[in-house]
Write a protein that binds this ligand. Structure first.
Ligand code: ADP
Length: 397
């Protein structure tokens, strides 16, 4: 089935057209600066790449139209008519407690998505705009499916998702751990089971999605039982620019001392902290590695803090599940940085994790990076959220 996958942001829209029968990517690209001056890129194997500026895109509808126009274009297109697209899958950031799996979108679902806006005020409105734009351009007959970043984590038990706050904040205000990157954690867990040749239901996995944003998830029998991100994607390990977990008392202290508003404080925590804040060099792990190699101590400290934090969660989640069969590394840093994988996993030999330095010297392809006799396997698995979205969409459509 040919499925169009859409990831809509407030002024951008990423797309991929996939054939779920052979899992092939037929075309992909990005609409940027929607509502400003419209930038459009399009790539399809064997076709001319388009990289165009000043494409009229006042709203997401024109962006979708540009995507469809490129897909059916006589010269560079990959399908002969829009009718070949049998379904559209949308990445939706927050599904609250309403959505524990992907859903076919109808009026009721749209209303529930609107209700989730307060939980993700920056992301969900953009996702909703993307859905409405697709319906406006493609009509009501093409099924649309919502795939949520939070859904996979809805299996967490109450002891993992409840914050130790007055309980009415959970009951009335829905304050709880939701977790994110669920589509990625679910995908790599399925791949891990395939690589290990064992049913997912019998495996205890710890999945480390380490990118600009990072989260670690404990997956017991295919179900998320705990995860590091929380009510928002600010929690857990230090990230590119996000602080991760910290003592909430720091907020009051710094806000008073520097006369900062809550909005300014949140901006610091989301955009100026993490490995960028500590190093003062960059949020990009490649820059940090280069700086650390040249003797920059704060860059080295930032990398150390990151790896130490991930390592601690691996220990914590092994304890939470009463064991672990495999640790998975995925996303930009997890897939590409042999040094970070090594630094995170070394010292964990006591719990049966033995890295193979030679096997680990690899990037971006499914590989067992632990020794052949390591009781706990360590796996490098490139994530593929678009494929997961397309597969869920095909199933529901
Ligand atoms: P996002 O969370 O934005 O999807 P990605 O998963 O693409 O992010 O990860 C981006 C991160 O991956 C960046 O910090 C980048 O430095 C890091 N990365 C990419 N390639 C390498 C590499 N070869 N070595 C170390 N880090 C890398």
């Amino acid at each position: 089935m040919k499925v169009l996958v859409i990831n809509a942001g407030s002024s951008s829209l990423k797309y991929q057209l996939l054939d779920t029968d052979n899992q092939e990517v037929l075309a992909k690209g990005l609409c940027e600066r929607i509502g400003i001056d419209g930038k459009f890129t399009y790539k399809a194997p064997g076709k001319e790449t388009i990289d165009a500026a000043d494409v009229a895109m006042p709203t997401h509808s024109e962006a979708i139209q540009a995507v469809l126009g490129a897909l059916v274009d006589e010269k560079n297109g990959v399908i002969s008519s829009m009718k070949e697209i049998e379904a559209v899958g949308h990445r939706v950031v927050h599904g609250g407690e309403t959505f524990a799996c992907s859903v076919k979108i109808d009026e009721k679902v749209m209303a529930a998505l609107e209700e989730c806006i307060p939980l993700a005020p920056l992301h969900n409105p953009a996702n909703i705009t993307g859905i409405k734009a697709c319906e406006a351009v493609m009509g009501k007959d093409v099924p649309q499916v919502g795939v949520f970043d939070t859904a996979f984590h809805q299996t967490m038990p109450a002891k993992a998702y409840t914050y130790a706050l007055p309980y009415e904040y959970y009951e009335q205000d829905k304050v709880r751990r939701y977790g994110f990157h669920g589509t990625s954690h679910k995908y790599v867990a399925q791949r891990a089971a395939a690589m290990l040749g064992k049913p997912l239901e019998e495996l205890k996995l710890i999945s480390c999605h380490l990118g600009n944003g990072s989260s670690i998830t404990a997956i017991d029998g295919g179900k998320s039982v705990d995860t590091t991100m929380g009510f928002t994607p600010l929690a857990g390990v230090p990230m590119g620019t996000r602080s991760g977990d910290l003592d909430a008392g720091i907020l009051e202290y710094l806000m008073n001392k520097h006369n900062m508003s809550m909005a300014e404080m949140m901006n610091v925590l989301n955009k100026k902290s993490g490995v960028l804040g500590v190093s003062g060099v960059s949020s990009d792990f490649r820059d940090l590695t280069a700086a650390a190699e040249q003797g920059n101590e704060r860059a080295a400290l930032a990398l150390d803090m990151f790896c130490y934090s991930v390592k601690k969660y691996i220990g914590a989640y092994a304890a939470a599940m009463g064991g672990v069969d495999a640790v998975i590394f995925t996303a930009g840093v997890g897939e590409n940085s042999a040094a970070e994988r090594m630094s995170i996993a070394s010292g964990l030999e006591f719990m049966g994790i033995h890295m193979d330095p030679e096997a680990n010297n690899v990037r971006g392809k499914e590989t067992v990076v632990s020794t052949p006799d390591s009781p706990v396997k360590v796996l490098l698995i490139p994530t593929n959220e678009e494929l997961m979205i397309a597969l869920d969409t095909a199933e529901l459509a």
